[in-house]
Design a protein around this ligand. Structure first.
Ligand code: NAD
Length: 312
């Protein structure tokens, strides 16, 4: 197979997309490699391309172990697990699957907002045990007419705005990187706000920013305190954007109505974290962007872009 380019895939990928690459390249599909650093460093030595999700840390050590590496495909968006500057310096192209999982995240946000506003879905164990908490669960809120605040108004923020408007929500957006008068806000029917003003106005706050130096710790104890005491927080962006201990305190003290976290400072979340047992809290294992359909879209897009790049 001299001359055939070699691709290492270190996390799960949709199998038809893996097969499509096998037609032209030598493919080392090893989704367990993400948890086997030594194996990754060994197998990357002869690779021309690497495909990862969000858990494989592509740092200087990995790049140094991969002298033939020309491209990295990221099965998702958010490049915080990839040292993009070091890739640039080494002439390695990085391809994210921008847009291919936006709908999956947007549906997660709107569905979760509706669940937490209604407040009726966390009592199955009680009901099955013969309790009948009807009075307590009759205070749920309807979604229509509520205000959704989006922090980060890129691809996912805008798709979420569209779905939320379809169920009757008013949408506010904070994105200091977009010019205040950027037409995109008005076109999407979202009113722009500074972050601190937005926090005080919303019934549901949903975060859609990348993890960077300016977004780390963005939602801390002081910002949580600006929110209405019955507001809902949803974080599908990155752990590290929300102060987990401050959030757990706010939920326990009844200073926040509920929250859902799909992403965590450390993943997997360690047993016994401050979040364990906090009320009105939904935790999911970083699946906001991953559905059957988005997995197919994301994998097909990365196979196509990487294949074209390696063949160019
Ligand atoms: P995007 O690049 O299209 O949008 C990000 C937006 O955030 C941009 O408009 C940018 O201007 C804005 N932004 C940057 N810094 C900001 C700040 N300090 N305050 C407010 N806005 C700021 O990206 P996207 O496709 O919308 O994805 C957003 C993030 O969601 C990704 O970076 C990723 O971390 C996360 N994500 C998570 C999942 C999941 O499964 N949970 C899936 C996909 C994406």
């Amino acid at each position: 197979m001299a001359g055939v380019k070699r691709i290492v895939i270190s996390e799960f990928m949709d199998l038809p997309a893996v097969e499509s690459l096998r037609g032209e390249f030598e493919v080392d599909y090893a989704p367990a490699l993400v948890d086997d650093r030594t194996g990754l460093l060994r197998r990357i030595a002869t690779a021309h391309a690497l495909i990862v999700r969000n858990r494989t840390q592509v740092d200087r050590e990995v790049l140094a172990a991969a002298p033939h590496l020309r491209a990295i495909g990221r099965l998702g968006v958010g490049l915080d697990n990839i040292d993009v500057a070091a890739c640039e310096a080494a002439g390695i192209a990085v391809f994210p699957a921008t847009g291919a999982n936006s709908l999956a995240v947007a549906e997660y946000v709107v569905a979760t907002a509706m669940m937490l506003l209604r407040g009726a879905y966390l009592s199955s164990v009680e009901v099955a045990a013969g309790a009948w908490p009807r009075a307590r669960l009759s205070q749920g809120r309807e979604t229509a007419g509520r205000t959704l605040g989006l922090v980060g108004f890129g691809g996912i923020g805008r798709t979420t705005a569209k779905l939320a408007q379809a169920v009757g929500m008013q949408v506010l957006a904070s994105d200091p990187v977009l010019a205040p008068d950027a037409p995109v806000g008005a076109a999407a029917g979202a009113a722009r706000r500074e972050l601190d003003a937005l926090l005080a106005e919303v019934d549901v706050l949903s975060l859609h920013v990348p993890l960077t130096a300016s977004t780390r710790g963005l939602v801390d104890a002081a910002r949580l305190a600006r929110m209405k005491p019955d507001a809902i927080l949803i974080n599908t962006s990155r752990g590290g954007v929300v102060d987990e201990a401050a959030l757990a305190d706010a939920l326990r003290a009844g200073r926040l109505g509920g929250a859902a976290l799909d992403v965590f400072e450390d993943e997997p979340l360690a047993a016994g974290s401050a979040l364990a047992g906090a009320p009105n809290l939904i935790l999911t294992p970083h699946i906001g962007g991953v559905t059957r359909e988005s997995n197919e879209r994301v994998s097909a897009l990365i196979a196509l872009r990487l294949g074209a790049f390696l063949n160019a």
